[in-house]
Design a protein around this ligand. Structure first.
Ligand code: GAR
Length: 203
């Protein structure tokens, strides 16, 4: 069976990208192959992780384009030239337009560090999500992998996992626990599920 071609979009450290790369090595991700990593930040450590794994990288920074439309047009051209089947947003800190998302129905996944519909939508990203969870005093948080549509964090939920908030947690400590106990497990699993569905449908 053909393997799905996966592009991972990143902006930062890339621990979720690393989880995907490791899943390919360990045989958790077999139906898809990470063939392209695109960063919107030129100094993102995720780029080094991709290069270390021998995966092609591209950097597309917003300031090099006159507007969002032109920025996204570059993304589309890279994705289509590479024949990408599935796009995974792994710590990609930009909201994609409806014009972009509508090109890839059920073909864009995102990992969000909370149990959607809590602490999600515009303005909730990275550490801010955990700051908000601690401020609210929730005792349980977690992570969500969902399909991406035109509503920020509003697409169909695929997988979720709860993680305890513990006394003394800082945003950084909580972020790490949510990554370890939820994100790094769910994202590879979701990548495999969707890749398998995409390639099976071709039989
Ligand atoms: C992760 O916690 C991811 O869920 C979050 O940013 C972090 C990126 O870390 N994404 C969002 O908040 C998107 N709304 P990483 O670069 O180490 O994978």
């Amino acid at each position: 069976m053909r393997t799905a071609k996966i592009a991972v979009l990143v902006s930062g450290g890339g621990t979720n990208l690393q989880a995907l790369l490791d899943a390919e090595q360990s045989g958790i991700l077999t139906s898809g192959r990470i063939t392209l990593v695109i960063s919107d930040k030129e100094n993102a450590y995720a780029l080094t992780r991709a290069a270390n794994a021998g995966v092609r990288t591209e950097t597309v920074t917003k300031r090099d384009y006159p507007d969002k439309k032109a920025f996204e047009a570059r993304l589309v051209s890279l994705l289509s030239d590479a024949g990408i089947d599935l796009i995974i947003l792994a710590g990609f800190m930009r909201i994609l337009s409806a014009d972009f998302t509508s090109r890839y129905p059920k073909r864009i996944l995102n990992v969000h560090p909370a149990l959607i519909p809590s602490f999600c939508g515009e303005g909730f990203y990275g550490l801010r999500v955990h700051e908000a969870a601690l401020k609210k005093g929730v005792k349980v948080t977690g992570a969500t992998v969902h399909f991406v549509n035109e509503i920020p964090d509003g697409g169909e939920i695929l997988l979720q996992k709860a993680v305890d908030v513990l006394p003394g947690d800082t945003p950084e400590i909580l972020q790490r626990r949510v990554m370890e106990q939820a994100e790094w497990i769910l994202l590879p699993r979701a990548a495999e599920l969707v890749s398998r569905a995409l390639t099976e449908n071709e039989q």
